[in-house]
Write a protein that binds this ligand. Structure first.
Ligand SMILES: CC(C)(COP(=O)(O)OP(=O)(O)OC[C@H]1O[C@@H](n2cnc3c(N)ncnc32)[C@H](O)[C@@H]1OP(=O)(O)O)[C@@H](O)C(=O)NCCC(=O)NCCS
Length: 193
């Protein structure tokens, strides 16, 4: 398995806007129960739009048992021995697509709007840049994942395409999928933005 670049830097302690300290570190194989409990605390109305069935024990077990940084870099934030945020960087194995990394991030509702989501996005962008990636992307649902769209914009992501009606929402209505991108050449611009 490829090592995580800058693995020695973790765990890191991050102080949130309200003064709470959380620990940021890569997901570990012993995190299965913590990760399952974390996703149980995410409202169904938000889980519905995520790309995977995060309440399936098989999905969670697959993630924690098969950590492979070459394919997915998973970071978590920990408070009181609980996972309070999960952020991942996904890469294709195909050579034609390996220069692009897709980000996903979910924060516990109790820990939102304190800067944690943005901090994790920035951490993953640092890792993507260290890995030599060229571009980071987000695929988000317009009108349904607006907080994530705002969080991505807050570090410099821009909307590059909108796929009309690509998503069917919980009520059977069609919503747009927003593709966002950030070039990684301008090292650490995401910390300044
Ligand atoms: C998207 C999400 C991860 C943001 O996490 P967060 O920790 O609350 O975000 P932050 O506090 O770091 O916010 C960063 C910026 O995002 C924007 N933002 C965050 N939440 C917002 C909201 N509810 N409304 C408007 N803007 C918001 C703000 O610009 C904020 O910057 P500011 O605090 O300086 O104004 C969180 O809302 C979440 O888990 N949502 C559900 C899951 C989801 O939709 N994930 C995307 C799928 S990949």
């Amino acid at each position: 398995m490829a090592p995580l670049p800058n693995a020695d830097a973790y765990p890191k302690v991050s102080r949130l806007r309200d003064g709470t300290a959380v620990e940021i570190r890569p997901l570990q194989d012993g995190d299965k129960i913590r990760l399952a409990h974390f996703f149980e605390r995410i409202p169904e109305s938000e889980r519905y739009y995520l790309k995977e069935n995060v309440t399936s024990p098989e999905v969670i077990a697959h993630w924690t048992n098969n950590i492979d940084f070459d394919r997915v870099v998973p970071l978590v934030a920990i408070s009181n021995d609980q996972i309070v945020a999960d952020a991942t960087l996904h890469r294709s194995r195909a050579p034609a697509r390996r220069h692009v990394g897709e980000l996903r991030v979910v924060v516990d509702p109790e820990f939102r709007e304190l800067g944690l989501g943005r901090r994790l996005i920035r951490e993953l962008l640092d890792i993507a840049s260290e890995m030599g990636l060229n571009k980071a992307t987000f695929e988000l649902v317009a009108q349904r994942e607006t907080a994530a769209i705002m969080a991505a914009e807050s570090v410099g992501f821009q909307v590059v395409a909108t796929l009309k009606g690509r998503i069917r929402d919980m009520w059977g209505n069609y919503q747009d999928l927003v593709m966002m991108e950030l070039p990684l050449q301008e090292h650490e611009s995401w910390w300044r933005f």
